[in-house]
Design a protein around this ligand. Sequence first.
Ligand code: SF4
Length: 345
Amino acid sequence: MQAASAKKAASAKKAASAKKAASAKKAASMKKAASEKKTASAKKAASAKKAAPAKKAPAAKKVTVAPKKATARLKGTAPARTVVHPPSGESRTALVRRARRINRELAEVYPYAHPELDFANPFQLVVATVLSAQTTDLRVNQTTPALFAKYPTPEDLAAANPEEVEEILRPCGFFRAKTKSVIGLSKALAENFGGEVPGRLEDLVKLPGVGRKTAFVVLGNAFGRPGITVDTHFQRLVRRWQWTAETDPDKIEAAVGALFPKSDWTDLSHHVIWHGRRICHARKPACGACPIAPLCPAYGEGETDPEKAKKLLKYEKGGFPGQRLNPPQAYLDAGGKPAPPLGAG
Ligand code: SF4
């Protein structure tokens, strides 16, 4: 009985083992088949991919701009490099950073930037600023020495014979209207402000012929109070740089003012205006010689060839005299030349 049972057990074990082996063999064979199928399918896919005509990838939009450092471009022949310009979808933080970086770069290019009207006191500055409408600062600077020599105070100019003033102001253009303005302005100063130029915006804009732009020039440069001067250069450049899309000067002033600390406003105005006069001109900006080209969305609006661009530079950047007959010492120390007096060049 015991022997029979052992035999039965051995036979059962053998059958089970055979079944297990068969099942393992089947599984292995299925795995192999699957793997072969997979390989074949992968091979097929690869071959299909190879056979398919290559689709042309869209070309990345690139813009060629001047080298990182403007100064390098100004000095000579650094090769252009390829970068993708900023804006379109630029975040507010990125805009603030870019705007401040432009101002920092310009401060390096024009460390001697200053108001380009000659003046010795607030009265001279407010008169010169009024005269600068529709003409160059150079022409005003060539005209005012004779005016201030003859009429040194608001009281003197208020009491002047208009015809004599007109004769002096003739080179400035619109000399009749300008004579009326500066005599009216001088009368208001003499009568309402004790012969002193007021140092507050609200008082300055009440003077005849004085708008916010003139008031900020006077506040910023004669009183050391921060102000943004939105003149024609400033408007053009901040729009080219996409700092704002505003077109109204007051709105531009507010929009740009919000990008900078107040303490930067006056110097920022000088940097922007200097750049507009020397390099980023209205009709032919000298992009190929521009120090801030890599930060400028309008690069390419002007001449990009470095040698041709260099010929477009004005004033000291082009090797010519500046606009002031009596520029600050820092300008002379940097190699700047004073402008010639009227009739001398
Ligand atoms: S438009 Fe040209 S010149 Fe003007 S800031 Fe841009 S790159 Fe410079």
